[in-house]
Design a binder for this molecule. Structure first.
Ligand code: SF4
Length: 115
């Protein structure tokens, strides 16, 4: 059995969570104050995911802020950043516009600002 200590990032409280692992699987989760923390810990020890934020250059050189609309696997972040860096867009862009469909894990790349 091994133990993994995490800080929950689901809300600003930041509970310290301890996960006991057996054969690569979580068997006990303690320290979370709510069910969101338990779910976060289960996902974090098996397949950690994050929302990616970055910018995409428009054809006139303006940088448009973007993010994935869902968390993606941390193991795929490098590939996603590569795709973002190769992406350009045409203005105007509105908040929520999809700039790249299905960039990874069924997540789209969306604008987070107007430009
Ligand atoms: S376990 Fe719940 S209360 Fe604690 S940081 Fe996570 S979301 Fe917030």
């Amino acid at each position: 059995m091994s133990k993994i200590n995490l800080t929950c990032i689901e809300c600003p409280i930041g509970c310290n969570i301890e996960v006991e692992m057996v054969d690569g699987k979580p068997v006990s989760i303690t320290g979370n104050s709510c069910p969101r923390g338990k779910l976060y810990a289960e996902n974090e020890v098996v397949c950690p995911k994050r929302v990616v934020t970055s910018t995409v250059r428009a054809t006139n050189g303006v940088l448009v802020p973007v993010k994935t609309d869902k968390p993606i696997k941390k193991s795929e972040m490098f590939e996603v950043m590569k795709k973002i860096n190769q992406t350009t867009c045409k203005l105007p862009v509105k908040i929520g516009d999809i700039l790249v469909e299905n960039i990874s894990d069924d997540a789209n790349l969306v604008a987070t600002g107007n430009a």
